[in-house]
Ligand binder design. Structure first.
Ligand SMILES: NC(=O)c1ccc[n+]([C@@H]2O[C@H](COP(=O)([O-])OP(=O)(O)OC[C@H]3O[C@@H](n4cnc5c(N)ncnc54)[C@H](O)[C@@H]3O)[C@@H](O)[C@H]2O)c1
Length: 337
């Protein structure tokens, strides 16, 4: 049976990926340092859903729900003592790296965290894979590598040499490091450029969560660049379909180094997104219009033809359906009904 390491397992995307892989019968080892960049209770609640009630520093917790099919480790990706031991303990068939310091705006004030987690941590992972002959890595890159490109939709063939935040620079660095390891050691690496992921168990620092939270609590929502922004919002289930396809299926490509956009392929204006939330909550938001923020980009829009051609990727969740699913989860999680 295949054993897969999922890093960032207590995070938004990592949690959903673990759920899916366990359901499909894979053995999963989850790793996360459970940092306090956002509410740790939410991270623990996700782990509880996976059957992990208590976590231990650098040693294994076994799922009460899934038994040996899911083990969890609280560990830093950049830990050069513990991570190699983890790779010795398990014989991983593949790794999906979702652990990272996320967030564009936070990287303006806290650049060093991005170097530690996203660059030193990623390098440590590549080294462990190399020394233990793990053949396949799927890792999170980001739409932010496209910076403020005016050419839309964004294609994998575009030049991405002008990141506008250190977060974006760290993701672009990961793509370069993966390229080198594919070249030197024949490791198959697949970088996925995620486009604004949203849905149940989502991140409290992202628009969907921030807006819903503010509206429900009668607080004004902060709208940057006077609302003249658009994002290719992508529902979590569509993302997980794409991630599992790249992780588990054979690719049609002969190259062992690939990059794919993974988005919805349909940009939504920020004000329309807010309208979808207002309509679901049956209320009007108090809107605080603010100038553009440093590090932010004006628009994102994924060309997903490459992922479709290689893995039959077809996102199919409308913004209305996705927003409704998030709000249903939010109400249940915060016991509002
Ligand atoms: N959610 C999005 O819209 C989006 C968009 C583009 C890229 N991404 C990327 O996708 C990946 C997953 O994103 P997410 O939304 O689930 O974020 P998340 O913050 O919810 O999950 C990341 C997890 O990684 C853990 N982590 C951070 N640094 C770590 C370290 N040094 N060692 C071990 N664990 C560490 C955190 O505790 C967190 O639980 C990230 O790499 C992120 O940059 C996400």
């Amino acid at each position: 049976m295949t054993t897969i390491l999922v890093t960032g397992a207590a995070g938004f995307i990592g949690y959903h990926l673990c759920e899916k892989l366990i359901k499909e019968g894979y053995n999963v080892v989850g790793l996360d340092n459970i940092n306090d960049y956002y509410d740790v209770n939410l991270k623990m609640a996700r782990l509880n859903e996976l059957g992990i009630q208590t976590v231990y520093e650098s040693s294994s917790a076994v799922s009460e729900k899934h038994g040996d099919q899911f083990h969890f480790y609280k560990m830093n990706l950049e830990d050069q003592t513990q991570l190699p031991l983890l790779f010795k303990k398990y014989s991983f068939d593949a790794v999906c790296n979702l652990a990272a310091q996320a967030g564009v705006r936070y990287s303006i004030e806290n650049p060093m965290v991005y170097v530690e987690s996203n660059i030193v941590g990623f390098m440590n992972l590549l080294e462990c894979m190399r020394h233990n002959k793990v053949k396949k890595l799927v890792y999170a890159s980001s739409s932010s590598v496209y910076g403020n490109s005016n050419e839309v939709p964004f294609s994998e063939l575009d030049n991405v040499d002008a990141p506008v935040s250190l977060y974006a620079a760290s993701k672009k660095s990961n793509e370069l490091m993966a390229n080198t390891y594919s070249h030197l050691y024949g490791m198959e690496t697949i970088g996925l450029r995620f486009f604004t992921v949203y849905g149940p168990w989502g991140r409290p620092d992202m628009a969907m969560f921030l807006f819903t939270d503010a509206i429900i609590n009668n607080q004004p929502i902060k709208i940057f660049n006077e609302g003249l922004l658009s994002r290719d919002f992508t529902f979590i289930d569509d993302i997980i379909e794409g991630v599992t396809a790249t992780l588990l299926k054979e690719s049609k490509t002969k190259s062992n180094y690939e990059i794919f956009n993974i988005g919805n392929g349909q940009p939504v204006k920020l004000l329309d997104f807010i309208e979808a939330i207002e309509s679901q909550l049956n209320t009007t938001a108090q809107k605080q219009m603010l100038p553009m923020q440093a590090g932010d980009v004006y628009q994102t829009w994924a060309n997903v033809e490459k992922l479709e051609a290689h893995y039959q990727y077809k996102p199919n969740t409308s913004i209305e359906k996705g927003v409704a699913a998030f709000i249903e989860w939010y109400r249940k999680y915060y016991k509002l009904d």
